[in-house]
Design a protein around this ligand. Structure first.
Ligand code: ZN
Length: 264
């Protein structure tokens, strides 16, 4: 089944779902998901036309969920809570079977197809972050997992100083999907480029303990290689116990991320 037929199938099968529900993954298995993506000789995978439009629509719908639940809590919500918000708020609207199927197909697609070689850390689209396993870090809008991540963060702040701050902590599947889709849209549909600067949903270690730090007042530069030239970064490395997850020339197909602290 080619991609166009896949989408045609989804739209014609919509009537079969009187109550919008999740398209069971068992059914998705009948499709050859690799056909969802156009693979080129260059290994760059890029979306076109109606497929790209469907991604953009899903991205904007997930953002409207964020506007309802708030920036902080959005970091933690799972797939089912996202669907509930859609159903309960007309401003968002119920997720259609096509949107749900697209979300699931993106989640279950093997990321190596478009050049991301990291391991999957959250296996199921419905995997959730338990709020009780996390701690909200004041003045950041972010959460960290209790014990290991919080301990590491507090140790860093004690040694490097309060000029270093959490810029992104726990991220559930919905938040990672939001970031990944945003990156795809900004990359004009080039999924390969998007996955070089952001792990696809399910593949991010933010889902199990890693976090990002930055220099207070450094803004977006905290997410560029410029962070590696700050005194704060130097002191971070000088502690001797802080490890960076994505080093230069890492084997995962990910850019150098000096701000991303490996915990797990
Ligand atoms: Zn990170």
């Amino acid at each position: 089944m080619n991609r166009r037929n896949f989408f045609t199938f989804l739209s014609t099968s919509a009537a079969a779902y009187a109550i919008p529900t999740r398209l069971p993954f068992e059914e998705l298995k009948h499709f050859n998901c690799s056909n969802l993506f156009e693979e080129k000789k260059s290994a760059e995978v890029r979306l076109h036309g109606s497929e790209f439009e469907a991604y953009k629509q899903l991205s904007s719908k997930i953002k409207s969920v964020k506007s309802i639940v708030g920036y902080g809590h959005f970091n933690l919500i799972g797939f089912d809570e996202m669907l509930r918000v859609g159903k309960n708020y007309s401003k968002v609207g119920t997720f259609t079977p096509q949107e749900i199927a697209l979300y699931e197909s993106i989640f279950y697609e093997s990321a190596s197809k478009y050049g991301f070689y990291g391991e999957k850390v959250l296996a199921n689209v419905t995997d959730e972050i338990k709020k009780s396993d996390t701690v909200k870090i004041p003045r950041t809008g972010h959460y960290l997992f209790k014990t290991d991540s919080v301990d590491m963060y507090e140790k860093i702040r004690k040694e490097v100083g309060h000029n270093i701050i959490l810029t992104s902590g726990v991220r559930g599947i919905t938040k990672q999907m939001d970031l990944f889709l945003t990156k795809i849209v900004r990359s004009y549909g080039n999924i390969s480029i998007a996955s070089r600067s952001l792990a696809p949903a399910g593949y991010s270690f933010h889902g199990i303990g890693d976090f990002d730090v930055g220099k207070v007042g450094f803004g977006y530069k905290n997410f560029t290689s410029e962070f590696a030239h700050t005194d704060e970064f130097k002191r971070l490395i000088d502690t001797g116990y802080v490890n960076i997850r994505y080093t230069k020339d890492n084997p995962f197909g990910v850019r150098y991320e000096p701000w991303h602290i490996k915990v797990t």
